[in-house]
Design a protein around this ligand. Structure first.
Ligand SMILES: [Zn+2]
Length: 190
């Protein structure tokens, strides 16, 4: 745990020192997404909240494995949950690849009552007992900063875990402990 936070802080320092560029994002066509049944724009755009999730599925360590996992998650969200699309705005693989879910500016299905005013980002893995990878945390920070730069997330955004929105263990104890040390973490979301 301590090591993970330390390496995250080190990576974040490198990130600050080198300036920012948006991470490359694997778009829907590239991961073989089904088309959304419908889309709804955010009520508040840029989004004032960023909500973090874990997939609660095993980590995916290759692009091929993450792509397959993503298709399974979308299938579950659409066919079982009956949602119009994959629930999240973005998903980050265990190897740090950023995948487009619903993308920027669109309302997701991931954390009532924040869906219309947040960007929902899911980290692959069972992060109750496992730490996210350093590559995932680096990608997460980069994606959030990218959203701020593009005017998709407010400058003073509030970062929260899914468990702060709804009664759930998501994004897992290990991830939530890291989240609490990240920039803009909001202990008391409204
Ligand atoms: Zn969640």
């Amino acid at each position: 745990m301590f090591q993970s936070v330390t390496s995250f802080v080190a990576l974040f320092a490198i990130f600050i020192a080198t300036g920012h560029t948006c991470p490359s994002i694997i778009n829907r066509a590239e991961w073989g997404a089904r088309p959304a049944l419908s889309t709804t724009t955010l009520t508040k755009n840029p989004a004032p909240y960023v909500v973090i999730h874990h997939s609660d599925t095993p980590s995916c360590l290759t692009f091929t494995a993450c792509k397959q996992r993503l298709q399974n998650i979308q299938e579950h969200h659409m066919s079982v949950n009956g949602w119009e699309d994959i629930g999240y705005n973005f998903v980050i693989g265990s190897e740090g690849t950023v995948f487009e879910g619903r993308g920027w500016g669109l309302k997701g299905s991931h954390a009532k009552p924040y869906n219309a005013r947040s960007i929902g980002i899911c980290l692959m893995g069972k992060l109750q007992d496992n730490n996210p990878t350093a590559a995932q945390l680096m990608a997460l920070e980069s994606l959030i900063e990218c959203g701020v730069e593009k005017g998709k997330i407010t400058t003073g955004y509030r970062l929260i875990g899914h468990r702060q929105a709804t009664k759930t263990a998501c994004p897992g104890d290990k991830m939530f402990r890291i989240l609490k040390n990240m920039p803009n973490f909001e202990p008391k979301p409204r």
